[in-house]
Design a protein around this ligand. Structure first.
Ligand SMILES: NC(=O)c1ccc[n+]([C@@H]2O[C@H](COP(=O)([O-])OP(=O)(O)OC[C@H]3O[C@@H](n4cnc5c(N)ncnc54)[C@H](OP(=O)(O)O)[C@@H]3O)[C@@H](O)[C@H]2O)c1
Length: 324
């Protein structure tokens, strides 16, 4: 019997159990995939802790890459032996093998291996939609990316540079600053030592940035609004420091008729055509070498609790994969 990580209650990393699971033949519209690598994402910690509630007991994980073992009735685009990857629901990627809807899978191009794919699908598709769809970055824009040495941050930084933007990034230590710099980040602010909003004003000659991509949440929300130019956009992506508390929308008017959006990848790839289009843009960027995927940490899947602890302790940079 194959193994998978399961939770029976929400809580800390210790709630994740490595258990034998039943994986049968794929049902209609499904494929059975044997994972070669699984992606670690911050959202996995929200599912584990209960910030984003799941029906329990549950699997965890939203991203994986591997080989199709079998397909169910009605699946015509895939056959056994295809190399595939995915990002998004249903949860359950923390597993050796699983069945999932075939229309969530993308075939991998020859140049992209399973480990790279598992490291880039969720964070790369997120970078793609936020830079190309949510706020369309134009050449000449100055953008602020929080936690720029993180998974989404490092990919988005390189992609924004490829689009012709000037990138300001925040980090929590000198090693992360060096990593961001090596990936093209133009201005780096250690937001644990310096108030980042006045520094952003200084860098932009008082104007502010066109857009802030903020996955940090509670700790950066107010400063992110203060970093925007008139009519700029705050893309509030996540809650690494905790969820943003309620606020009065009048604040957006007072700070310059600002736009605020709280998007999720799931909506931007809900239709198969959108998933395929965004995936093609990601594969092109990685294939061209303009965006390099940095797998900076690897853990055995059975020891994912250690990965969650290190992620919460801000010890990780770039992307992280889990090996079944
Ligand atoms: N909405 C969407 O569609 C979507 C999709 C993917 C990811 N996200 C969000 O984007 C963010 C980044 O995701 P990721 O998977 O790429 O993670 P990540 O950036 O690799 O890790 C999170 C980073 O947040 C920073 N951070 C700041 N305060 C923190 C705190 N109190 N505790 C822990 N970390 C803190 C840390 O960087 P420093 O040490 O440099 O501060 C840490 O490395 C997350 O909020 C995630 O939920 C949203």
């Amino acid at each position: 019997m194959p193994f998978a990580i399961r939770i029976h209650q929400t809580g800390g990393p210790e709630t994740m159990c490595w258990e034998e699971v039943q994986v049968g033949d794929p049902g209609p519209g499904e494929a059975r995939v044997r994972h070669e690598a699984v992606g670690l994402n911050f959202i996995d910690t929200y599912h584990r802790s209960g910030l984003y509630p799941l029906p329990l007991p549950s699997g965890l994980g939203l991203e994986g890459a591997g080989v199709v073992e079998a397909v169910g009735d009605g699946v015509s685009e895939l056959t056994a032996g295809d190399r595939v990857a995915y990002a998004g629901g249903p949860v359950g990627a923390y597993s050796e093998v699983r069945c999932l809807p075939a229309d969530r899978l993308l075939k991998l191009p020859d140049g992209i291996g399973a480990r790279t794919a598992a490291a880039m699908m969720l964070q790369g598709l997120t970078s793609a939609y936020m830079l190309l769809r949510t706020y369309r970055v134009q050449a000449g824009d100055t953008v602020l990316i929080h936690a720029v040495a993180g998974g989404v941050g490092l990919i988005a930084c390189q992609w924004a540079k490829a689009l012709g933007a000037t990138v300001i990034g925040t980090v929590s230590n000198p090693a992360k600053a060096a990593l961001a710099s090596a990936h093209g980040c133009d201005h780096i602010i250690d937001y644990t030592r310096e108030d980042f909003a006045p520094r952003v004003r200084e860098i932009t000659g008082g104007e502010g940035v066109a857009v802030v991509y903020d996955g940090v949440g509670k700790d950066t929300f107010a400063g992110s609004l203060d970093s925007l130019r008139t009519c700029g956009m705050l893309v509030c992506l996540g809650n690494a420091s905790g969820p943003v508390p309620p606020f009065d929308p009048l604040l957006l008017s007072q700070k310059g008729s600002l736009f605020l959006t709280r998007p999720t990848l799931m909506h931007y790839v809900a239709r198969r055509a959108d998933l395929v289009a965004l995936g093609a843009e990601l594969f092109d960027m990685v294939g061209s070498g303009k965006v390099k995927i940095e797998v900076n940490q690897t853990y055995p899947l059975a020891e994912v609790a250690n990965a969650h602890r290190d992620l919460a302790a801000r010890k990780l940079s770039g992307s992280t994969i889990l090996l079944p």
